[in-house]
Design a protein around this ligand. Sequence first.
Ligand code: F3S
Length: 850
Amino acid sequence: VGNHRYSAVDLPRLGGESLMRMPVVLRLMLENAARNMQGAERDIAIAELLGWLEAGSSEAEVAFQPGRVLMHDTTSTPALVDLAAMRSTLAEAGVDPTRLNSSLPVDVSVDHSLAVEAFARADAPTHNMAIEIRRNRERYTFLRWASKVLRGVRINPPGTGIMHTINLEQLATVVTSEMRDGAEWLVPDMMIGTDSHTPMVNGIGVLGWGVGGLEAQTVMFGMPTMLRIPDVIGVRLTGALQPGVLATDLALTVTGRLRRIGVSGEFVEFFGPGVSTLTAGDRSVVANMAPEYGATTGFFPVDAHTLDYLRSTGRSSSAIARVEAYCRANGLWFDPEAQPRYTRTIDVDLSSVAMHVAGPRRPQDLMGFGEVAATLAALDFQRDIDSPLPRHPVAIAAITSCTNTSDPRLLIAAGLVARRARALGLKVPPWVKTSTAPGSPAAADYLARAGLTADLAAVGFDIVGFGCTTCIGNPGPLPEVIRQGIADGAIRPVAALSGNRNFPGRVHPDLELGFLMSPPLVVAFALAGDAERDLRVDPVQVTSTGTPVYLDDLWPTRDEIDEALRGSQDPRDYGRAFAVASGNPLWHGLEAPDTALYPWDPTSTALRRPPFAAASEGSLLGTYSAFPLLVVGDDITTDHISPASAIPKDSLVADYLVERGDDRNDLNVFASRRGNWEVMVRGAFHSKTLKNLLVPDAPVAHTLHVPSGDILPLWDAAERYRAAGDPVVLVAGERYGTGSSRDWAAKGQRLLGIRAVLANSFERIHRSNLIGMGVLPLRFPADVTPATLALRPGDRIEVAAEAEQLRPRGRIAVRVVRREGHTESIEAIAAVETQLEVDLLRAGGVIPST
Ligand code: F3S
């Protein structure tokens, strides 16, 4: 293209027809694996990989070398704290600390810490931002230090938006260039991110996925990430979405379908004629929810819609022409008729997708929006006292999350519902906390230009800022009437969210029920105020003149959305709004040091040097007899293991912080304390909805210390076990570690002394994080579960996992020694996929191996 040379897979010469029938994601991986090779070496490597792919070898490993890394403030803080601590350790050992840097560009978005303190008022963004900067001053100063001192680290300040939206709108190039031997070569833009929703960028043909912070550290230190050549599931899309049905409905439908079928850890690629009926915005919504359907990717190839998206977000015409030319020349341009060879194929007829919601506790639990009422009724919540509130009031109605606030069509649709409600004089009931938190500041421009800002504000959906907010457990305080209702046992409130996760307690520790839905439906549920109202047949509200208003009266048509969108978007908004937000004066007013070593403050409650970065305990492998520290069931999420949400005022963690001078009324959220290992280890498993099957009556985050018979906080029990030299393990059921990429879910377990986690299945990123911390994940055979094991206090678990014998997916002998003395043997499988993972476990994790 122009003067550039292709770093092409060179399809016709090397692979011909056979390669062209491969899924696009595999072709891109092939390209990536060979990116640093030239000439004959390259040809041979590609031919060899091609042979493996042809043979469907499940043993073949491939190196993935992303070109860039994306992080957010709460996963980057622990990763950069580790790096800062390792620099301090190097300096103490007389080694030049500046040798330790990132070898790749790292973009950090400060998006996870914005809380909805002020809402339903025009000045909410400034008010909330000021609180955010005050609360997180020390951590943000540290991030500013990192960006000054560590090569390659760039920070996108608070207010610039959510990382995945920034990635779509600002960072992703689809095709990029790199210098090799003095020539500029074009290569596909490929990346990883320390957030499970990184696949959102798959919607515009960029291959990338979410990894744990520890895996990202290996990549930052210049190592490739190794993975088995993945199974690729092809989802064939046919037909077109019906009028009124939105991208959110499709994403929830795909999530429900694929979770049922089971695509855990696999690559998903969308193909077929239905792809062409979806905009790049629609595709990105579906791609975003890959972790909810359990997949590593949710990939859509490049076509004219992709170029439209790049155009509408202000990319230069030469950059767009380069994408088109490169993709066409390399067989990467989408062909609706192509029938790639996938491991499995699943059909989704877009015309059969209806308006859906998911809940009340998992994103895969799909239902028609009218079934919410019946679902809640079936929970059979009885209340014994009178209350003016409905039994299941909508306590939070949040237009939130990267998933559904990055596509202008969805925000415009919410604005149109608000416009009709406003015209009819409808008001949101006073117990509902409303908010709009778009993924980027450009949204404020197109909403204003479409004249919808005032309509949203009229029903309480003012913009509260640009960040994750409610989606990550930062909804701010619940309305007082709701708090009182919960305390009285009069209500069981619900959240209505345009987010992607509704695990109990994720959004707010006191909210156990949540429904995921499109932004316009969030507005409708807010107006209804009562989640038990069946919006298929019941009015959303009755006007002051007694006229019932039904959902159909409020719902916009596709033409209305298109019409409102036309003329409201200006491609120049995207770069301009991002540049203005990047200049955030509060952020730039933070004075940060620029010394090669971070000046640790020994009194800090935000940042402390983690012990694992200073001295390694070495490998946790070996043969040992362990007490189970915790026994838990299925679907234990990273929100259970290491909550991100508010630190409860009456918790041991709060006591720890208050003893060190913090204000009990302003403790912020767990996610903001990930630079302080002492807080995080005390906060591990701090979840009201987690059941410890070993001692079901134990208080939150407590367990039985078997030798003494005492019920203790987990940290204290772990300390006693450690002091006595007693190993501990954790036992779990299916899908252990579902949810986000937070490495603290693994670090907390390592600091609790857990040497192995025995589970029925693991979620991909958490499994990788456990290995990154040197903790061995083991899979039970199909007929063993926590229920069939029925562990009782005093039972022990013997694990024979010697380092030399450990192999990817190798057998590991496990024996349960009952307290009465008899034993039961179990043949577990190491949930270890690659030789690199074996090596990490032998070294004791990523940090010692670095
Ligand atoms: Fe943030 Fe929620 Fe997306 S936490 S990155 S908005 S999934």
